[in-house]
Design a protein around this ligand. Sequence first.
Ligand code: UDP
Length: 253
Amino acid sequence: MNEKINIRGVYFDNVNMDEAMEKAKEMVKSDGFSYMVTPNSEIVQNCIENRELYDVINSAELIIPDGIGVVYASKILKTPLKAKVPGCEVAEKLMEYAATTGDGVFFFGGGKKTEEREAVSTLAANRMCEKYPGLNIVGTRDGYFTDADVPDIIEKINNSGAKILFVCLGAPKQEKWIYDNRDALKVNFAAGLGGTLDVFACTVKRAPKFFIKTNLEWFYRLICMPSRIGRMMKLPKFLFGTMIHKNKGFENK
Ligand code: UDP
C-alpha cells in the first residue's frame, strides 16, 4: 500500500508519476469499482470550507497531488510529497496503456458543441484514437445534464462495457458524481479529471513547457482565463492557512 500524507485532512498518496500509473493500472485490472481523484489546492480549500467533501475525496482509492500548491503545503507541514502528479498526464498515460490492452474507455464530460460542431468528448475520442492506434473508446457523453438524466447516463456507461471511465465535469462536481454513483457504476476504474477532455480535444491548450517546468502553469491559465481569478484566490488562502494552522483539527479525519 502507498504511504498516505495528510494535507489539511485530505489523505494524499505519496507517489511519483510511475507509482501513480502502477496503482492506476492495478485498479483497472482488479474486479470491482475503484476511483481516482486529483485534488489541487482549490479542492483541499473547498474541503476545509465544506466538510462533507472530505468523504467524497478521501473515499477514493488513489488520491494524487495535482498542483504545486499541495506539494508546497506538504513541505510546510514537514511531510513532503514526492512530486506533483498532474491528473491530465496520468490520464494520457492511461490511454497509451489502454491502447495496448484493448480495455474499453468511456469519456463523460465537456461541452456539447465545439467550433468543429462535435461534442468535446467525441472530438477528444477521435483525437486520442488517432494518436494511440488500438485505443478502444466505447462511448462518450457531454457533461451537461439534469438529475433526471443520470440513470440513462449510467445505463449508457454500463452497457458500453467500459472498464475505464473519465468524468470531466470540473471539481467538485465530478468527484461528487462518482461518489454518489459508485454503487451503480460497473466500470473498474473511474477518475475525476477536470479539463482533461478539453486538452485531449485540443479545444484548450496546456501551458507551454516552460510554465509547467517552473511550476507556473496556474499563472499561464490565469493569463488565458482571467475569470478564474476568484477560484485561484483559494491558493494563497490555502497556503497561508497551512502556515498558520498547520494540520490542527485535521489529524484524525
Ligand atoms: N463541465 C461539464 N459539465 C458541467 C460543468 C463543467 O462537463 O456541468 C466541463 C467543462 O465543459 C470543462 C470541464 O468540465 O470541460 C471543467 O474544466 P475546468 O478546467 O474548469 O476543470 P478543473 O480541472 O479546473 O476543475
